[in-house]
Design a protein around this ligand. Sequence first.
Ligand code: SDX
Length: 425
Amino acid sequence: MNTMTFTNNMTGASYEYNILAPTRGPMVVDIRTFFADSGMFTYDPGFTATAACESTITFIDGKKGELRYRGLAIEDLASKHSYLEVCYLLLNGSLPTKEELTNFDLEIRHRAYLHRGLHKLFDAFPDNAHPMATLSAGVTALASFYDEHINLDNEDAYLEMAHRIVSKIPTVAAFAYRQSLGIPFIEPDIDLGFTENFLTMMRAYPGGKMRINANGKELIKEVEIRALDTIFTLHADHEQNASTTVVRGVASTGAHPYVAISSGIAALWGRAHGGANESVIAQLEYIGSVDNVEDFIKRAKDPEDDFRLMGFGHRVYKNFDPRAKILKGLQDELKSELNLDTELMKIANKIEEIALNDEYFIKRKLYPNIDFYSGVILTALKIPKEMFTPIFVIGRTIGWITQWIEFKKDKASKIARPRQLYTGE
Ligand code: SDX
């Protein structure tokens, strides 16, 4: 076993620690006994250099712009597999056979319905409630309907718990959206696949199976289903990001798995994280014209100004976000088939063109991230920007619940309880 030695130059004392070898990525020095050995803490706000767990789910190489789910490259998964196949892959460790996919699909479809009691929850919210508030409350409420004692030795039990939350969250999100419009909910349709079902619950006419709208146009186009399915895949998991860290933190206290997920929803809402996609569109609309871009870039660079370019920068990706690359390609592909907002795209392209050649951004390795591009496509899918982060939630729930299961099965897991550098009285 390789080791690393820390020497305290004040006392001359040395401490030796094992270096743990990953299958991919940086080596890890195991400092779990450091406080007991040295009486000192390490200091790492934001965990910029801290591995909080061991995981086999997702691998990211920030320099290479590489993202893999269970070892498979995101580019292949996004172009050759459905979101449901990716859900199966994350949860079970391998892509499903045809038969496994059929059974998994049916399992997800029939669990999409919500208990009648849950429908009343939405009435408690004002019409202008942000759907993330309703979604987080709805998922917390789900914990009241299902047993929290999940036996991790019983694979059927914990997989059922996982299928249920993956399947119900799109329904809660769609109901939250319909509530905000004051129109009746559309129940899940067991005849429809995951992504088409969500778009139908968002868009269909009350009571009707109407597949075409008043002027005879298809209510939901195949290209829209494919675009949204790809967006779900790109959001499915992302290693130990802020919201996944929160989910694992709540898992570590032994709370109900569904409140760990609603805590992840709350964490994702922040504009520094999953809320960025909504903020990107709000920012592009606020910038308003290509002519104003230069001024806003100046503001983003000004340390005295807290204005930041939404959709730019990433803690891990210091070259490019592979998901952003795929979405940019999807944007170009969809330009002809969907009425992408060319004005917003022009402003986005201008920001990208200037920022990628500006010393401030180059020095800090700030590149467009997934949120920079997803909003333009979601806008073209006639999804309002308030629903962008709920869409991120729908895609990421499979990642959160898979990470929750991995945490609970990991014998090395302990309650999350960091210490501090105390500088008070
Ligand atoms: C997601 O972690 C994940 O994997 C998240 C995610 C996932 O799939 O789960 O990928 C999803 O959250 C993507 C990120 C979405 N957020 C945004 O687009 C919001 C804008 N971006 C920033 O807030 C920021 O870049 C973060 C939060 C994404 C990353 O923050 P870090 O790693 O803590 O970087 P930092 O704040 O320390 O910034 C380093 C420097 C600073 O300048 P200096 O103090 O060194 O002079 O870069 C600057 C920052 O001021 N900077 C920016 C900037 N982002 C960083 N300056 C202008 N505009 C920006 N967007």
